[in-house]
Design a protein around this ligand. Structure first.
Ligand code: FES
Length: 110
């Protein structure tokens, strides 16, 4: 399922998307991208308070806006905060010729 073009994402930042009733977000660092469900493993709430803003002030980690948990881009591992060792739920993506596709959109809709 086509999601967006790479250039529609900030070069070093994040953007949220609604897939049916579910919310996901995509992290871009130049040519690298990762996506996760917009759900904090601590309590299950959405991670962001401001649209499309999922990173800490230095732009180095995903940060939950509720209690400040910090998550690594590469694997969604929580490194600090109230739920260390837990993970964000990954959303598989493919980047093909500058276009980003959801690899398994059926899993997200369920
Ligand atoms: S709800 Fe995310 S850190 Fe508590």
């Amino acid at each position: 399922m086509f999601l967006c073009h790479l250039e529609e994402l900030p070069e070093y930042g994040t953007r949220g998307f609604a897939i049916g009733q579910q919310e996901i977000f995509v992290i871009r660092q130049a040519t690298q991208i990762w996506a996760y469900m917009n759900r904090c493993p601590h309590t299950g709430v959405t991670l962001n308070w401001v649209p499309d803003q999922f990173l800490d002030w230095e732009g180095r980690y995903v940060q939950c806006a509720t209690h400040g948990a910090l998550f690594r881009f590469e694997d969604g591992l929580c490194l600090a905060g109230p739920c260390p060792g837990t993970h964000l739920e990954p959303v598989p993506l493919s980047l093909i010729g500058g276009e980003i596709y959801l690899t398994n959109p059926g899993k997200i809709r369920s």
